[in-house]
Design a protein around this ligand. Structure first.
Ligand code: SAM
Length: 323
């Protein structure tokens, strides 16, 4: 099956070919800005028994792939904290038709895990790295382990988990002066720098957002000026800049951006097995409950289809004051 021929299209004409799966809510970092993938603690029937097993995740991925959802990203919490993360990857990788299987991770356990994950079928990773300054790293993540993350990046590159993307959330007055240093660091490593606009999702306090939110418009203009080529990605209308020295920089600008939402192609699966329609909205459909109750693949597919029917752009083009 080709990702060019998605089977699921929502009421707004948006194809859906991606699934972002949280495999645990647990994390060993305490990032000051974390949106927790839009899940408030206690929002669902959480609990250890609600964690999806590798086999359950494998079945969900297979059913989703049969519907044309052929790009899977694992997230968390911190996905590498799951003791069975390699089994999770292997089960999901076995889904026929998958064209992309990636993971977003804080990188702290990658030095130990990168090879096993690659062998199990993980194709690439995004490593969250907001700063190269150890003191700022500790301030942002609550952990003093920049060296472990840098070692994790090396291991992932060695293991062939490429293209490796570095996720940098831009924080005004905290790391915004470091962007060009990060561009250079990514270029040296043969990685892609992905600069992400701070999102005020549930769980991110208004005061924090007001203090640290940085508009990416100036950076986008500067990148456009320096780049020798610019493309816009199919996913979320993300601009990607190719600089003359070989650096590659992608921007993720979701806030008040109807073009971002118009090109959103993803569903989300929470760690307790609910299909979530949008990072910014609480709506979710239980998938794990019915799966454990023994429903057929066709019934699971009907839940996916219902989720696609229900999804709506968070920022709509016709809304006043939104672009
Ligand atoms: N622990 C993993 C990691 O660090 O990648 C996976 C979970 S983390 C929530 C996934 C990504 O979301 C990270 O790259 C993180 O920087 C980003 N993120 C978290 N909160 C955010 C926010 N409020 N705005 C924008 N990006 C955010």
């Amino acid at each position: 099956m080709s990702p060019k021929t998605p089977l699921l299209i929502d009421r707004f004409g948006r194809p859906v070919d991606g699934l972002r799966i949280s495999i645990t809510d647990a994390c060993n970092f305490a990032c000051i800005y974390c949106h927790r993938e839009g899940v408030r603690p206690g929002a669902g029937p959480a609990g250890q028994e609600r964690l999806m097993s590798p086999e359950e995740l494998g079945r969900i991925a297979r059913v989703a792939a049969e519907l044309g959802i052929v790009k899977v990203k694992l997230t968390g919490g911190e996905p590498t904290l799951r003791p069975d993360v390699v089994d999770v990857v292997a089960e999901i990788a076995a889904a026929p038709g998958l064209v992309d299987l990636s993971m977003t991770t804080n990188g702290s356990r990658l030095a130990d895990l990168a090879y096993e994950l690659a062998e199990a079928g993980l194709m690439r990773v995004n490593v969250s790295l907001d700063t190269l300054d150890p003191a700022k790293f500790k301030f942002i993540t609550g952990r003093d382990c920049l060296p472990e993350v840098l070692a994790g990046i090396e291991a992932a590159l060695d293991a062939g988990l490429r293209p490796l993307k570095l996720n940098m959330v831009l924080l005004r007055g905290l790391n915004d002066h470091e962007v060009w240093r990060m561009v250079e660091f990514a270029r040296e490593k043969g990685a892609i720098l992905q600069v992400i606009e701070l999102v005020r999702a549930p769980g991110v306090p208004e005061r924090f957002y007001a203090a640290y939110h940085a508009d990416l418009a100036g950076l986008e203009a500067e990148l456009a000026r320096r780049a020798e080529r610019v493309i816009r990605r199919e996913l979320q209308d993300r601009p990607k800049f190719f600089l003359p020295d070989g650096a590659e920089v992608e921007l993720v600008r979701p806030v008040h951006n109807s073009r971002f939402c118009a090109k959103c192609r993803r569903l989300r699966l929470t760690a307790d097995g609910r299909l979530k329609l949008c990072l910014m909205r609480p709506d979710a459909l239980d998938l794990l409950g019915p799966l454990r109750a023994g429903v057929s693949d066709e019934e699971l597919k009907a839940i996916f289809k219902r989720a696609v029917e229900l999804r709506e752009p968070f920022y709509k083009a016709d809304a006043i004051g939104q672009s």
